[in-house]
Unconditional design. Structure first.
Length: 182
């Protein structure tokens, strides 16, 4: 992502990368390791996105947004809102009420976080993105203060009664993002 963003020129097309990570805790640029409550076998990696600590693992859709925000004509706050709306819209299609919160970026269902966001902007272009919990093991979240919030509950689509595969959730989320990013 860093290399792609560094090598961009005004004609470089925007991209969305959809991935699923092996178990890893990631800590943002200003993240505090005090939010890692206990050590485990899961590696901890400092990365250059905003935000505190989160967990990524199998069963979670991660969408990296590599976008030229100058060309799109909006800034980071608007991008965050569009990303949140994409997750909210996907869940609404399944009859699940979700919301973004201005005080804590991400998407929440009944107060539990189902999608985390973390971005980096360099020279008007962003990278990193969002993590959407589909069917991942939630136990590692007990080892951290998710996104820096002590006691923050997390959830996944499986616990909401949705029978989504990671592939179908990734495809649907990407389609919704593409629609809302324009």
């Amino acid at each position: 992502m860093q290399d792609f963003t560094a090598q961009r020129d005004p004609n470089t097309r925007d991209q969305l990368w959809v991935v699923e990570h092996p178990p890893v805790f990631t800590v943002g640029l200003n993240g505090k390791l005090e939010h890692l409550l206990r050590s485990s076998e899961i590696p901890v990696v400092k990365i250059d996105r905003g935000g505190q600590i989160t967990y990524h693992g199998p069963g979670q859709v991660v969408v990296y947004l590599l976008l030229d925000l100058r060309r799109r004509g909006y800034g980071i706050r608007e991008l965050v809102r569009r990303m949140e709306r994409a997750v909210v819209a996907l869940l609404a299609e399944e009859g699940i009420a979700a919301e973004g919160r201005p005080d804590a970026p991400g998407v929440y269902v009944a107060g539990a976080k189902i999608a985390a966001l973390g971005l980096r902007v360099r020279n008007g272009c962003c990278y990193h993105g969002l993590a959407f919990n589909v069917d991942l093991d939630l136990a590692p979240f007990a080892d951290i203060n998710p996104c820096g919030y002590a006691g923050l509950k997390v959830t996944r689509t499986r616990d909401l009664g949705l029978d989504l595969s990671v592939d179908s959730a990734g495809r649907r989320l990407t389609e919704t993002l593409l629609r809302l990013l324009d």
